[in-house]
Design a protein. Structure first.
Length: 253
């Protein structure tokens, strides 16, 4: 049986400092993590899967110093919101978009010793809630290996999605890159409705330009073309995609 259910570690605020303590049952917040459990196991695991939750407001995020127990655990699970990870090498920037269900470990620095100097940064594009899956959480759910397996699947899925993003950026036409990117993101976070597929993330033209490695004026022109062709509509809730995804995307995945 799992260990005694103790209180999770306190969360921290956007600057990495102690913040107000909030708690949640992560299997209720993210039911997909419990897909491998039967009904009896799920009820028991839910009691042990209580975690601290930290909230981030929009703007630059500096993870700062995290408690040793957090650094030794699984990491931070993004419950909702939108994060952008930025890597700068010289005057070139690569970015990664993260949202609901993604697992991250912002303190993990494989590039601490690197032959290629780089700068890393995080930006909160939409307010986020992060579940703190610390070392104590790992101990409490140790009797339910299906949960760690699901977390590993999340980390693997994140790397695969990023590989698709890299393939999309290699497309020669910016218009094609944008169309493919929006459909790829919609596969992850979109919902199907009568008017098309809604991607409920409010990506600015500057963020889209970074994601497809293009200049903002070029992205603006490409978006106008996609809108005039009836393939994409910008709404107050995000981006509405019409018709079928581009054929290139099918081969990319």
């Amino acid at each position: 049986m799992p260990g005694r259910s103790t209180a999770p570690a306190a969360p921290t605020n956007a600057r990495g400092e102690p913040g107000a303590v909030r708690y949640a049952r992560v299997l209720e917040e993210d039911p997909g993590l419990g897909d491998g459990l039967d009904s009896g196991e799920l009820a028991t695991a839910n009691e042990f899967a209580r975690v601290a939750v930290t909230e981030l407001g929009a703007g630059v995020w500096e993870p700062g110093s995290w408690a040793a127990s957090v650094r030794g655990g699984y990491g931070l699970l993004l419950l909702d919101g939108l994060l952008m990870r930025r890597v700068r090498i010289g005057d070139r920037v690569g970015v990664e978009l993260l949202s609901t269900g993604d697992l991250l470990r912002p303190w993990q620095r494989e590039d601490a010793v690197s032959s290629v100097p780089r700068q890393l940064g995080w930006q909160v594009l939409e307010p986020c809630r992060l579940a703190v899956l610390d070392l104590e959480f790992a101990r409490r759910i140790s009797a339910f290996p299906q949960i760690p397996a699901a977390l590993i699947a999340r980390a693997t899925g994140r790397s695969r999605h990023f590989a698709v993003n890299m393939a999309i950026v290699q497309q020669p036409r910016v218009e094609t890159r944008l169309h493919m990117l929006l459909w790829h993101l919609a596969d992850r976070w979109g919902t199907v409705g009568p008017g098309g597929v809604l991607l409920p993330v409010k990506l600015t033209q500057s963020v889209l330009a970074a994601l497809v490695a293009a200049q903002r004026p070029t992205v603006s022109a490409a978006l106008r073309t996609l809108a005039q062709d009836g393939r994409v509509t910008r709404t107050s809730r995000g981006w509405l995609l019409h018709g079928a995804p581009p054929g290139e995307l099918q081969s990319a995945v």
